[in-house]
Each structure stands twice: as structure tokens, then as C-alpha cells.
Design a protein around this ligand. Structure first.
Ligand code: AMP
Ligand code: ZN
Length: 474
């Protein structure tokens, strides 16, 4: 089975194949750094994490860009209110988002380009659009001419037949009904100059519109055609429609082959969680309320399919914490198991293999992790019963552990938080490694038992030795 993804461009699930075999070029819209990111933003960022993990698991090298929007209307407003220039104002919020992503175990992207550091690339792109007649200058602003790009509206299914565009918008966000020529470049205001958001260019002193940054940075790092572009559904129109128009008009090549849009995390009333309405929760809020970041990660990733709206309640996070606990507990039980010789464990072995196939099928079906995790828990229940009944042998144990590892390659919830070990414990682990290299298994087993007595269980994996804390024994 191969991965099928719902492509917003065609409205269908399609088999995913990168253009260059073995390499996935993906661009995902990142945060606008004018305050803390909220947990709804994190839902989208964890969708990006899920996509990239699946691409890597399928054997591809991932080249992933997530931009940081560090100049826009709200950043300028907020910097001005704080009496700062934007380059003083935004770093704090960039760090805050990146640190939240780390707490939530999102794999880092290969690039986090900042808009303000790519103004020359944007100028070049806008110049090309001007030359080709896809853009025009007006009183220090530059606008994209929608009528020059007949495919405008293909992503958002906007029907523009017989509706010539005669209006312009300078704001970055607008409704479909008012599709208008949009700003690529905006003449600097007094305030833009005050907060250091003004660049000298061939079109005059000004600053970029929001959409142009993604087109410019995507092609700089990934080339003119991407394999995959993702973002929250709120970005589909006008942001992504405009990215397509800018990039395709300039490059005459398809901009992105697949478009993925993640549904929103809502507040309790069912409305979108949003920063500008002030109706939001941050990761810090949830941690302060005593929640575990790993449970939050689990729930955001596996609580609902990414194309469904969902709400993150306290109860849901607590239930997720319990699910994580059950996964960890089963992994521990299995790793401590000393199978009885000759035990018949065909039943749990088969169950685990079926579970693994069902899990893969769910993931291949448009990344349905919620459904896949449901399959895993079916096996967890049966594995615990089989363990209680003493009906797990080596084959059964390995099969269940393999299923847990397969799910954890997406979930990443089994490992504990990184913590440093005492020096003498580190030394013991090292000595055991050496003993194993000498094939001195008596010593290596003795050290393993000693560490177990101190509350550490070692597991040998292909990536090296892993350890986890358990109640001290002996
Ligand atoms: P922003 O910082 O507002 O530019 O948003 C960064 C990313 O978060 C974008 O991909 C948005 O689509 C996404 N996003 C914003 N609000 C939500 C939400 N309530 N649920 C899921 N994703 C969201
Ligand atoms: Zn974007």
C-alpha cells in the first residue's frame, strides 16, 4: 500500500509520489510572531510533524521549510505599541514558538527562514511579475493583477467567469466574495519607518505584503515546484491561492503538486481558536494547569483526523495521558517479560500482525492516525490479557513491541523526557557496552541487573542503548 493524501487542489485522495524519487520537498506556513502561538497553531504544526515523519518512514529524505512571518500588519502594530523596532520585538516570540514545538516533540524543519531576511528574493520575484505584466505599481504599492492569471481560484474553487476584477486590496486577508488585486508590496507609512519595517527598493520605500514571502522563500530553498504544501484551512483563501498565482505566473511551472489543509482546533463553543480574537490557550497555559506535554501531543495528533475540527478539553488531555500511560506500561511489561519456554503465543502474535497491517492501512489512508491508534489499543488490550494469562512468548512479544514502535514512530510518546543520568550510571552503561563488544555477557548481564536495581531498564535497539526509569527493585 502506498500513502494516499487528500489533495485540496483536486478535492480527491491521491497516491503520493514525490517528483524526484526519494526526496520530498515540503513547505508549510509557519507562525506570525507577534505573541505566543496558541494550541490551535500547534495542531497545525503537529500535522506538519506527522507528514514529515511519514515521509521519512517511507524512506524519503525530507526537505522541509517552515517560514517565520516576522513582518506584517499586526507585528508592526504591536512593536509600535511596545515602542520597539520589529527586529527587537519578534525574536522573543520566535523563541517562544520554537520552544513550544520542542516541548511537543515536533521534529525540527530543515529551514526556518524569516521574511525580513528575504526581502531581496521578494524584490526579484515582484520585479519579474511586473516585467511579465502580472503586476502593476500604483502610488508606491505594487499589486498582483488577478485578471492576468486565468487559473486564479483553482484551489479555492472560486468561480470568476465574467467577473473582471476592478478593485484592489491592501490588507492581507479578505473574503472570497471580494477577490481583488492584492498587494505584493506596500508603500511605507510613517509608522512602518518608525518600527524599522521599510526597505528601499526599485518600487520605492516600503514593505512586502504577506503572501509574497512564501512564494519567494519556497522557491529559494526548494525550487520552483514543491511536492507538498500545507497549512491550516484558514490559509486556503486568499493566502495559498495568492501564493499559487504569484509563483506560477512568475515561473510558469506548477507551484505545488499536493496541498494539505489541517482543520481547526476550536474553543468549547465550536468556534475557531484564534489569536486575534484573544480567545485562545497556549501550551504554557496547559502546562501551568498541570497537563503533560506528551499527552497534549498525543491528543492533538491522534484525537481526531486532521481534516476534522476538534476541541481540546481538559478531560480529553487527561484521557490522552491515560492512553500514553497504558502504552508505556505495556512496553515495560513486555521488555521485562521472561517468556516461559514452549509457550503457545500464536494468538497474540497473529493479533499483533493484524494490528500492524490495520495500523499501516489507516496511516496510508490520508494519515488517519486517530483510526490507527484505535487499532493499536485493540492489540494493547489483548496483549495485556495474554500477559496476565502467561500466553506471550518471544515471537508474540516482538510482534507487539514492533507494533508499539511503528505507532510511536508517529506518536513519539513512549520515551520519557530527556534527563541527565548520574555520572556513575553513565559509566556503568558504558562499561556494559564494552563488555558486550567483548562478548562478555556475564559482565554485561550483571551490570544490567545492577542498573535495574537502581531503577533503570536498558533496551538495546538498532539506534543504540535506550533506557527508561522504573521503580527501583532488589
Ligand atoms: P498564524 O500564526 O496565525 O499565521 O498561524 C500559523 C498556522 O496555524 C497556520 O498554518 C494557521 O492556519 C494555523 N492555525 C491558526 N489557527 C488555528 C486553529 N485554531 N487550529 C489549527 N490551526 C490553526
Ligand atoms: Zn504561507
Amino acid at each position: 500500500m502506498t500513502l494516499r493524501l487528500h489533495n485540496s487542489l483536486t478535492g480527491r485522495k491521491e497516491e503520493f509520489q514525490p517528483l524526484e524519487p526519494g526526496v520530498v520537498r515540503m513547505y508549510t506556513c509557519g507562525p506570525t510572531v507577534w505573541g505566543p502561538a496558541h494550541i490551535g497553531n500547534m495542531r497545525s504544526f503537529l500535522l506538519y510533524d506527522l507528514i514529515r515523519r511519514q515521509m521519512r518512514l517511507s524512506g524519503c529524505e525530507v526537505r522541509h521549510v517552515m517560514n517565520l512571518t516576522d513582518v506584517d500588519d499586526r507585528i508592526i502594530e504591536q512593536s509600535d505599541a511596545a515602542g520597539m523596532v520589529i527586529s527587537e520585538f519578534t525574536p522573543r516570540w520566535e523563541e517562544s514558538v520554537l520552544s513550544d514545538l520542542k516541548r511537543l516533540r515536533a521534529e525540527p524543519a530543515e529551514w526556518y527562514p524569516r521574511a525580513t531576511q528575504h526581502v531581496p528574493e521578494m524584490i526579484e520575484l515582484i520585479s519579474r511579475l511586473l516585467e511579465l505584466g502580472h503586476a502593476y505599481a500604483m502610488e508606491g504599492d505594487v499589486y498582483f493583477r488577478i485578471d492576468s492569471f486565468p487559473a486564479y481560484g483553482a484551489l479555492s474553487k472560486l468561480d470568476r467567469r465574467g467577473k473582471p476584477v476592478t478593485t484592489r486590496v491592501a490588507t492581507d486577508k479578505y473574503e472570497k466574495e471580494s477577490a481583488s488585486d492584492f498587494a505584493l508590496w506596500k508603500a511605507a507609512t510613517e509608522r512602518d519607518r518608525r518600527v524599522g519595517a521599510a526597505w528601499q527598493t526599485p518600487f520605492g520605500l516600503g514593505r512586502p505584503g504577506w503572501h509574497i514571502e512564501c512564494s519567494a522563500m519556497a522557491s529559494k530553498y526548494l525550487g520552483e515546484t514543491l511536492d507538498l504544501h500545507a497549512g491550516g484551512v484558514d490559509l486556503l483563501f486568499p493566502h495559498h491561492e495568492n501564493e499559487i498565482a504569484q509563483s506560477e505566473a512568475a515561473n510558469r511551472k506548477p507551484f505545488s503538486r499536493y496541498w494539505l489543509h489541517g482543520e481547526h482546533l476550536t474553543i468549547a463553543t465550536g468556534d475557531k481558536m484564534s489569536k486575534s480574537s484573544g480567545n485562545f490557550l497556549t501550551l504554557s497555559d496547559l502546562l501551568a494547569a498541570g497537563h503533560d506535554p506528551v499527552a497534549i501531543r498525543f491528543q492533538l495528533l491522534a484525537g481526531a483526523h486532521y481534516r476534522q475540527r476538534t476541541h481540546l478539553s481538559d478531560e480529553a488531555i487527561r484521557a490522552a495521558a491515560e492512553q500514553v500511560r497504558r502504552l508505556r506500561e505495556l512496553e515495560l511489561r513486555l521488555s521485562l517479560l521472561v517468556p516461559r519456554p514452549g509457550v503457545d503465543d500464536a494468538a497474540i502474535y497473529e493479533t499483533a500482525l493484524d494490528g500492524q497491517a490495520a495500523y499501516r492501512e489507516a496511516i496510508d489512508d490520508d494519515l488517519n492516525l486517530a483510526q490507527g491508534v484505535g487499532q493499536v489499543f485493540e492489540v494493547v488490550r489483548q496483549a495485556n490479557s495474554a500477559l496476565d494469562a502467561g500466553r506471550v512468548g518471544t515471537a508474540g512479544r516482538e510482534a507487539v513491541l514492533q507494533l508499539l514502535a511503528a505507532a510511536d514512530a508517529h506518536l513519539d510518546v513512549l520515551r520519557g523526557d530527556e534527563e541527565s543520568l548520574d555520572e556513575d550510571v553513565e559509566r556503568l552503561i558504558e562499561e556494559r557496552e564494552e563488555a558486550r563488544r567483548r562478548r562478555d555477557f556475564a559482565t554485561s548481564d550483571r551490570i544490567r541487573d545492577e542498573l535495574r536495581g537502581r531503577g533503570l531498564v536498558l533496551e538495546d535497539s538498532r539506534e543504540g542503548v535506550r533506557w527508561r526509569r522504573v521503580p527501583a527493585s532488589g
